[in-house]
Ligand binder design. Structure first.
Ligand code: NZQ
Ligand code: ZN
Length: 386
C-alpha cells in the first residue's frame, strides 16, 4: 500500500429485523423537532411511515414533514427542506427511504444555514462547510448507494442540467442508520437490481485503478462475489431474508469509503452516469450498468492484468491456455451475462437517452479516469456504444 489515509466513520448501524426498536432511545439524544423526510409514497404503502410516526409521537417529538423527495433529488427540493429546517428550528433530519432521500437530507443539513448559494459553494467549488450542520439519521429502504453510512450527497440542478456528487466529511454522515432488510421486500424488481448494480459499480470504481497489491482489492473481490451470489438468489426469491440482508450490508460496506482507501480509484462510470441521469432522470444503477459494459471493453487493455484478475477471481473464468486478452474479455462477458440474468438494463436508449442528448452528456461529463483518462470525444463513443 502506497497511499496514506485517515479514516473515521461515526455512523451507528442498527441492523436486523428489530432494528427500529432502537429509534426511541436514539431520539433521546436530540431536541424536540424532527424533520421527517421521505419520498413519493412507498413508505406509506408499506406501513413504515405509520410505525415511524408513532415512535416519534410517543417520544413527544414535533414532526415537520418533507415529502415527495424524488429519485435523483433536485436542488430545488433541497431548498424547500432547508427553508423548513430554518423556519422550524429543526433538531434532527430523519430520512426514511433510499439513497435519494438520504442524499437530500444531507444536502439540506449543510445548506439550511449556508450563507450564499449552497449549490455553487458546496457542489461546484467543493468548499468546506463552515456553517451549522443539522444532524441527519436514516432508515434505509433500498440497498445500493451506501448513503446510510457515508458522506455522499448527489444532487441534480435542473437549471444548469448538472448532477453533482459531493462526499462530505464525517460530521455530515448519518449519526445513526436503521437497516432492516425486510424493508427492501416491497421494492419493485427494477429498483432492487438497479441497487445491486450500483453497489457492484462502487466496488469496481475502486478496483479498476492503480497497479499496487493492496488489501482493498482483496476485500473488493470478496464483496463482489458475495453480492453476485446473493443477487442471483434475491432475483428468484425476493423475500429471501438471508440474500436481502447480505445485499444490504454489502451495499453499506461497498460505498463506505473504506473499500477504496489506500489506492487510486476510477469513478468515470459514475461521472458519465450522473450526466446521463441529469438528462434522462434514469435509475442510477441501470445507467451505470449500461455504461460499464462499453466503458470496460474500451479501457481493459490499459489495465490488462487487473481485468484478468477480475475475470478469474470474481467471475471464476478458467484461464488455462488462454491469452490475457481472452480472459479479460471473458470476465466482462460474464458480467454482461449476470446483468442479463438479473434483468438489469444494459442499453441507454431504454433509459430515455436520445441521439441528440449524447454530445450534451459527453461534453458536460467530469473527466476523472483510472487506467485511462478519457476525452469528451471518447465519452461520446462510449455513449454511442451504450
Ligand atoms: O419515492 P419513493 O416512494 O420512496 O420510492 C422510491 C423511488 O421511486 C422507491 N423505493 C425506495 N425504497 C422502496 C421503494 N419502493 C418500494 N419499496 C421500498 N422499500 O425506489 C425508487 C428509487 O429510490 P432512490 O432513493 O432514488 O434509489 P437509490 O437508493 O438507488 O438512490 C439513487 C440516488 O442516490 C445517488 C444516485 O445518484 C441517485 O441520485 N447516489 C448516492 C451515493 C451516495 N450517497 O454515496 C452514491 C451513489 O453512487 C449514487 O450516485
Ligand atoms: Zn453509485
Amino acid at each position: 500500500m502506497n497511499i496514506d489515509f485517515t479514516y473515521k466513520n461515526p455512523t451507528t448501524i442498527y441492523f436486523g429485523k428489530n432494528a427500529l426498536d432502537k429509534l426511541k432511545n436514539e431520539l433521546n439524544n436530540y431536541g424536540d423537532t424532527i424533520l421527517l423526510a421521505y419520498g413519493k409514497g412507498a413508505i406509506k404503502k408499506s406501513g413504515l411511515y405509520d410505525q415511524v410516526v408513532s415512535i416519534l409521537r410517543n417520544s413527544n417529538k414535533t414532526i415537520v414533514e418533507l415529502s415527495g423527495i424524488m429519485a435523483n433529488p433536485t436542488y430545488e427540493k433541497v431548498m424547500e427542506g432547508a427553508k423548513l429546517v430554518r423556519g422550524n428550528n429543526v433538531d434532527l433530519i430523519l430520512a426514511v427511504g433510499g439513497g435519494s432521500v438520504i442524499d437530500c437530507a444531507k444536502a439540506i443539513s449543510v445548506s439550511a444555514y449556508c450563507e450564499g448559494d449552497a449549490w455553487s459553494r458546496y457542489w461546484i467549488k467543493f468548499e468546506p462547510v463552515d456553517n451549522k450542520i443539522v444532524p441527519v439519521a436514516s432508515i434505509l429502504t433500498l440497498a445500493g448507494t451506501g448513503s446510510e453510512m457515508n458522506g455522499g450527497s448527489v444532487i441534480t440542478n435542473n437549471d444548469v442540467k448538472l448532477k453533482m456528487g459531493r462526499v462530505f466529511p464525517s460530521n455530515v454522515y448519518p449519526k445513526f442508520s436503521i437497516l432492516n432488510p425486510e424493508y427492501t421486500f416491497t421494492l419493485p424488481a427494477y429498483q432492487m437490481v438497479s441497487g445491486i448494480f450500483d453497489m457492484m459499480s462502487h466496488l469496481m470504481e475502486a478496483y479498476f485503478s492503480g497497479e499496487d497489491d493492496v488489501t482493498s482489492d482483496y476485500l473488493i473481490e470478496g464483496l463482489l462475489r458475495s453480492i453476485i451470489h446473493s443477487a442471483k438468489i434475491a432475483v428468484k426469491e425476493p423475500q429471501n431474508y438471508e440474500a436481502r440482508s447480505n445485499l444490504m450490508w454489502s451495499s453499506t460496506l461497498a460505498m463506505n469509503p473504506i473499500m477504496g482507501l489506500s489506492k487510486t480509484q476510477d469513478w468515470e462510470v459514475h461521472m458519465i452516469e450522473h450526466q446521463l441521469g441529469a438528462y434522462t432522470d434514469c435509475a442510477h444503477g441501470m445507467g451505470l450498468a449500461a455504461i460499464s459494459l462499453p466503458y470496460y471493453r474500451y479501457i481493459y487493455q490499459f489495465g490488462l492484468d487487473k481485468f484478468v484478475r477480475f475475470a478469474t477471481q470474481v467471475w471464476g473464468v478458467d484461464d488455462t491456455g488462454k491469452s490475457k486478452e481472452t480472459v479479460a474479455l471473458e470476465g466482462i462477458d460474464a458480467m454482461e451475462a449476470f446483468i442479463n440474468e438479473c434483468g438489469i438494463v444494459s442499453n441507454i436508449k431504454d433509459l430515455g437517452a436520445t441521439e441528440e442528448m449524447l454530445p450534451l452528456i459527453a461534453n458536460s461529463t467530469v473527466l476523472l479516469g483510472g487506467y485511462k483518462k478519457l476525452t469528451a470525444t471518447e465519452v461520446l463513443e462510449i455513449l454511442k456504444a451504450a
